[in-house]
Design a protein around this ligand. Structure first.
Ligand code: IDP
Ligand code: MG
Length: 149
């Protein structure tokens, strides 16, 4: 089943939006298979955002994601990657649709509250970067037949 990595970023944790953000993925029907609270190290931040190395916002981005604790969540579901990205909304919160996390709760690109993997391949890679195999539980949820056809 498709997997995606969600990061409830430092601004969201500081603003007390962790529960609100988890709720939106939960009610969407995505199944939580891993979750933890941690402070991201510089090393892990650079690995996670490797594709953005060399861009003008890279240093600020690493500072932001390592500035304060985050909640990381591994989600599973049919079309988990695209579904989570839709629920998150556009990267620039001013362009994000109302009804999305960023469109409802954020204003600026450098404080956009949440990360979601951008491809099926990156979903697998990013989940593995943040979770060991023993930290993931692929459990049979009783509601699965009412959500996955
Ligand atoms: P995404 O989070 O929607 O996938 P990406 O383009 O992958 O967006 O960028 C990763 C993160 O880097 C963004 O969520 C945002 O926090 C930050 N970022 C991207 N572009 C800029 C920028 O131009 N200025 C400041 N921060 C940026
Ligand atoms: Mg991205």
């Amino acid at each position: 089943m498709e997997r995606t990595l969600i990061i409830v970023k430092p601004d969201a944790v500081q603003r007390g939006l962790t529960g609100e953000i988890i709720r939106r993925f939960e009610v969407r029907g995505l199944r939580i298979i891993g979750m933890k609270f941690l402070q991201v190290s510089r090393e892990l931040a650079e690995k996670h955002y490797d594709v953005h190395q060399g861009k003008p916002f890279f240093e600020g981005l690493v500072k932001y994601i390592t500035s304060s604790p985050v909640v990381v969540i591994a989600l599973e579901g049919t079309n988990a990657v695209a579904a989570a990205r839709k629920t998150i909304g556009a990267t620039r919160p001013n362009e994000a649709e109302a009804g999305t996390i960023r469109g409802d709760l954020a204003l600026e690109i450098g404080r956009n509250l949440v990360h979601g993997s951008d491809s099926v391949e990156n979903g697998q890679i990013e989940v593995a970067n943040f979770f060991s195999a023993g930290e993931l539980v692929s459990w049979p949820r009783n509601t699965d037949p009412w959500i996955f056809e």
